[in-house]
Structures are given as C-alpha cells and as structure tokens.
Ligand binder design. Structure first.
Ligand code: PMT
Length: 404
C-alpha cells in the first residue's frame, strides 16, 4: 500500500526516519514529503536512502518554467497515487494550516488535494499542545475525519514534562496499519503462488538446487492473503513460516512442483510463479549413495517440465504472472518469456546485483506487462515489492473486466 509520510519541522523529526522504516516493514511503500523546517532537523538524503525514493522537498523545487510546471502538478499526482497521508511530527503550524486550508508549501497543498485517509501525529511543547488555538484546530481536524494519534506524556526536548512527545515510531506504524486496515481488494480471488527453489536429487543424500530462499514468493503469498485472497502456496524446500491464512503445499523437485501447481490450477483465478525451478534434473538418480571411487565423475541432466509454459498453455481466463531472474538484458528477456509462455506480466529480477534478488530481504524489479510500458519498482523490502506486484495484477484484472 502506498503512503505519503509528511515530516514537519520539530525536534521529533529525527524519529520520522525510524517511522519510515517501521512503515516499510509493515508493507507500505513510503513517499516522503518534508517541509522546509523539517529539513533543518534531518536531511532528505536520510529518507531517500531508507525508502529508495526521491524525497519531495518543496512546491517549487526547480527554477525553470518546465520544472515549476511539473512540480506544481506533483502534489495532485501524489494525492492520486497514495491512499494514506501520515504526518509525523505534525507541528502546531501544520495543524493550523491543515485546519484552515492554507496551502503555501507542498505538504499543506497536498493535504488539500488528498482524498484518502489522513493520519496526524502531533508533537510539540506541552503549553503549545494545550493552547486553545491548537486544541480548536485539532478538534476541527478530528471532526473532518482526520485520525489523530495523540502525543505521549513525558520529558520533552525543551526540558518540561507533560503531553507533547511524539509516540514511539513502532506504535505509530502499528496504529497506521490498524487505521488503514489492509485493503480487501483480492477478495473472491484464488491465487496459486510458487516460491523457493527445487531440489533435484543426485542420490539419496545429494541434490542440485539454487540460492532461492523463498522470501519473495512468501511475501507475495502473505500480501495476497492479507488483501483477502484465498492463497495456495506451493513451496520448495525453504526455512520460512507459513504466512497467516495461507494453504501451503510443500514440494521438493520440479516434477513435484509441476504436479502440485497443475492439481490446483482448476481452482486458481491468478497464478504467480516466483519459484526458482531447476531447469535440469538428474537422470535416473540411484537409490543408494554414490561412493567416492572415481577420480572424476559426471552426471547426466535432462530438462525439467516447464511449469510456467504448461500453465500458459492452459491459462483460460486466469491472470498469469511469471518471474524472470536474469543477469543481463532484463526487459528483453522478461518480454521474451511473457510471449513464449503466454503470461500477462513478467516480473524481471536482476540477480547479479548485491542486496537484491536471491536470499536478500529487499528486491528491485522491472514489471513487464503485456500491454503498456515496463514499470521499475525501486529497491524496497520484499513485502513492499509484493504489494506493488499485486497492485499491478489488480490493474490487469480491471483492464480485463472492462474489456481493455
Ligand atoms: O526466493 P528469494 O530468495 O526471495 O529470491 C527471489 C527470486 C530471485 C527467486 C525471485 O524473485 C525470482 O526471480 N524467481 C524466478 C527465478 C527463476 O527461476 O527465473 P527463470 O528466469 O529461470 O524462470 C522464469 C519463470 O519460469 C519463473 O517464473 C519460474 O518459476 C518458471 N519456471 C522455470 C523453470 C521451470 N522448469 N518451470 C518454471 O515454471
């Protein structure tokens, strides 16, 4: 789910960096907007590095006519692309602007253009928080339907004790999750997802496999279940807990994965193939352990069934999403796989870059849809990427329904 994190100019602005991280761990894709005052306390670079997105710092960031024109509509685009606006810390100044419709910077202009859920986490000196002007503004905002996360009481940076302290970032993130209550936009869908590697036995104790941890596929399964889908997760051998609400089918080899996917295909309305299936398997592995008797040994490999291609041939009205793990030519290879395997979209994964792809907690992808331009998903935790993939699946679903 996309969220705008608006950072106001108070001493608690430093806590917003931790908040950005906590939101991402909960599956939010975070777009940060900083007021000029916030930038006196913490730099945009911190948020850009944490969220993998350029931080919006002003209504008129550039000086040329073109860039002024572009940035003057950016707040409308940000308002349309995001479901939630969370402002933390929300200073007395920002609360006054929001309550009274003053739009003199990016954040206050965005607030007026925003039609989604608004959550405000005020933080300020106790006397300011208790001042009738601030109380009136908070009451006005609450009455308008904005959610207010009340400040904590305690010792404040100014040395006084009382209400006004920004709550713990983990608490604000949890409250944000609760308030936005993950969308149920996959209700009615049955999604078959594959994840992890396959293991192709050489003998009873050895096998051929790859570095897939299953994290990407499991993140997609967790997100789809949270969003209301019935999820069947066909998992290769991985060391991960089953996400809540997900039906898991454990397999080892490519042939077992093929059989499980094809057995559940009749129920599926969406198939997402994140697994790293071995392309070759060992021909006739012996029943007994191979002994170390030869100076050299070789094994014969034969191709495994291409599960994605088989699902593509039997796709019917289902939406089929393939993955492509590549070390080069990502877009052209993803497009080739989409055409040859009859997919609706292929999620291209560059696997030669450190910190993303196999085994890592984060990923970066290029989604290549059948119609439309490729979409780059900036580096982010796998749960964020998973939700972004699902957002695009939903776009395909809506296009199919409207005959597009
Ligand atoms: O599991 P993680 O550690 O989180 O890493 C995630 C990932 C890198 C494994 C994942 O993001 C990814 O890229 N998965 C696809 C890996 C892969 O096998 O790509 P491929 O280009 O070799 O295969 C293309 C597609 O065909 C994939 O959807 C694959 O599931 C499918 N396939 C491949 C071979 C085969 N015999 N049958 C298949 O269905």
């Amino acid at each position: 789910m996309n969220i705008v994190l608006g950072v106001g100019g108070g001493i608690a602005a430093y806590k917003a960096a931790e908040l950005a991280r906590a939101l991402m761990e909960r599956g939010f894709a975070v777009q940060t907007v900083m007021t000029a005052a916030a930038q006196q306390f913490i730099t945009p670079l911190t948020f850009a590095a944490l969220t993998g997105r350029k931080v919006i710092t002003g209504l008129f960031d550039g000086q040329t006519a073109d860039s002024v024109l572009a940035s003057s509509v950016e707040h409308i685009r940000a308002a349309q692309e995001n479901q939630t606006l969370l402002v933390a810390p929300a200073t007395a100044d920002l609360l006054a602007k929001f309550a009274n419709g003053i739009a003199d910077d990016f954040l206050s202009t965005l607030y007026l253009a925003f039609t989604g859920t608004v959550i405000l986490a005020p933080a300020m000196n106790t006397q300011m928080w208790l001042h009738p002007a601030v109380r009136a503004n908070v009451d006005k905002l609450r009455a308008r339907g904005n959610h207010i996360i009340d400040p904590d009481s305690g010792l404040l940076a100014c040395g006084t004790t009382g209400p006004g302290r920004l709550p713990d970032p983990a608490y604000i993130a949890a409250e944000t999750s609760r308030i936005t209550a993950i969308r149920r936009d996959f209700e009615g869908e049955t999604v078959v997802i594959t994840a992890g590697p396959t293991q192709e036995p050489i003998d009873p104790v050895r096998y051929v496999s790859n570095r897939s941890s299953g994290k990407m596929g499991f993140a997609v399964a967790a997100a789809a279940a949270q969003r209301g889908a019935r999820v069947i997760l066909v998992a290769g051998p991985v060391n991960l807990a089953t996400p809540p609400g997900v039906t898991r089918v454990d397999v080892e080899s490519a042939v077992q994965m093929r059989d499980a996917v094809m057995a559940h295909l009749p129920e599926a309305s969406i198939v997402i193939k994140a697994a790293a299936v071995a392309d070759y398997t060992v021909e006739n592995p012996p029943d007994q352990k191979i002994k170390k008797t030869m100076a050299k040994m070789s094994i014969d490999l034969s191709p495994t069934p291409d599960i994605l291609a088989e699902v593509g041939r039997n796709k019917g009205t289902r939406i089929l999403v393939g993955f492509a793990a590549e070390t080069q030519n990502l877009v052209s290879e993803a497009r080739r796989k989409m055409e040859t395997k009859n997919c609706d979209m292929v999620a291209g994964n560059l696997v030669s870059q450190a910190g993303i792809g196999f085994g890592s907690d984060e990923n970066e992808m290029i989604l290549v849809p059948r119609t439309g331009e490729p979409v780059k998903l900036a580096q982010a935790p796998k749960p964020v990427i998973a939700n972004q993939i699902l957002d695009h699946v939903l776009k395909i679903r809506l296009a199919v329904r409207s005959g597009g």
